[in-house]
Design a protein around this ligand. Structure first.
Ligand code: GLU
Length: 379
């Protein structure tokens, strides 16, 4: 699809996830109430227009640190978690007050990656959020920083927002940040505003280079995590717009057809469970596969059989999500194991008919069935 057609589709978005970064909501460590006023107006107008909007907000840690009288944002994870606990209250309160002026309710949704890794909880989060939207309530989502330890956290709200796109099956993700969009080159002192890339059809190595040069100054996630979020959203079938948060009424303007920032095309949609498997579920271990198995999986859409397994790394149980990597260590696919790591180790490299003899019983011919497998590399 060409750039014009992609931009023309933006106003058709019905369900939108908006991620607002601390760089937009706070200045010098304090929340900026006027920004919440703007956002509430902008979002409410979209609801009135028959659309549904989920807000993924940052700012809890910043607000908490300010309330605690700190000159920093928390120096340790513990301090940050404590600050988030204090700050989240004021943060949602501010949203609540601003939306109340417009007669609209908000609902607080605090999530962790670990929670959404459980398919049942993921589906439960979906049901609740869709119910909120049906009621015309604006879900205000943040990571549950207070309980989210290093291993279980999203860590940045860009990735959280992209996950929410798949939770609610949104058609557009808007990331409001402190840059104009994706620049062709990293900004420098001599060239603070390099040319902007207005439309990105696919994330090519060139696009990755443009993003990796962009440094870590932008938001907590940086441009690399934003690209991850874009990929994740694209695989849910959603487009992403990355643009500056300072523009008043930017959501309404985008829906009116104005072009701001960088628009990333939606990708081919991975259906529900497979998307969750690829982007949300946490892998427990790795299965190293040989070249023949890699070709069978990637080019011919086959299941993973014991014969193609070289070895197992880590431990996993039946039903856990595992990574399939090739000899070069590249992750080829992810899937749900039909055998535990101990069993896979015993049948690795063997013919399917040997499974029962070696293990004493069989869960079927496949280590990972095709239906439980998603490809992470193209043929
Ligand atoms: N959850 C964090 C907070 O509310 C923000 C993380 C982020 O901005 O990426 O402070």
């Amino acid at each position: 699809m060409n750039a014009d057609e992609l931009w023309k589709r933006v106003p058709q978005a019905k369900r939108i996830v908006v991620k607002v970064g601390s760089s937009t909501l706070a200045r010098e460590g304090r929340l900026r109430p006027e920004k919440f006023t703007d956002l509430a107006r902008d979002v409410s107008a979209l609801f009135e227009d028959g659309r549904q909007v989920v807000v993924v907000t940052s700012g809890a840690i910043t607000a908490g640190a300010h309330r605690l009288g700190w000159s920093h944002n928390g120096r340790t994870i513990r301090e940050k978690q404590a600050a988030a606990s204090v700050g989240q209250i004021g943060l949602v309160e501010l949203y609540q007050r601003r939306f109340a002026r417009l007669d609209r309710n908000v609902g607080q949704v605090l999530l962790t990656r670990a929670g959404l890794e459980d398919r049942e909880r993921f589906l439960n989060a979906r049901r609740t959020m869709l119910e909120l939207l049906r009621l015309g309530v604006v879900p205000i989502v943040n990571e549950n920083d207070t309980v989210a330890t290093e291993e279980i956290r999203f860590g940045d709200n860009d990735n959280l927002a992209a996950t929410i796109v798949s939770v609610v099956a949104a058609d557009l993700l808007v990331i409001l940040t402190d840059v104009e969009g994706l620049y062709e080159r990293a900004p420098t002192a001599e060239e603070p505003k390099p040319p902007l890339i207005a439309t990105v059809d696919a994330i090519t190595p060139g696009i990755e280079r443009a993003a990796s040069g962009a440094g870590t100054r932008f938001g907590s996630g940086g441009m690399i995590t934003k690209l991850q979020a874009v990929r994740n959203a694209a695989a849910s079938g959603a487009a992403t717009i990355l643009c500056h948060g300072r523009l008043r009424g930017v959501l309404g303007r985008l829906m009116a057809g104005e072009r701001h920032g960088t628009l990333f095309a939606p990708g081919e949609r991975l259906r529900g469970r497979k998307h969750w498997l690829a982007f949300t579920a946490k892998t427990r271990g790795r299965i190293v596969i040989d070249e023949g198995a890699e070709r069978a999986i990637v080019e011919r859409g086959r299941s993973l059989l014991p014969a193609g397994v070289v070895r197992v790394e880590g431990t996993f149980r039946i039903g856990d999500s595992v990574a399939c990597v090739n000899a070069r260590g590249q992750e080829v696919a992810r899937g749900l194991a039909s055998y535990s790591s101990a069993d896979v180790a015993q049948i690795a490299g063997r013919a399917t008919k040997e499974i029962e003899r070696v293990l004493g019983s069989s869960n079927g011919d496949e280590i990972i069935h095709r239906d439980d497998l998603v490809l992470l590399r193209d043929a």
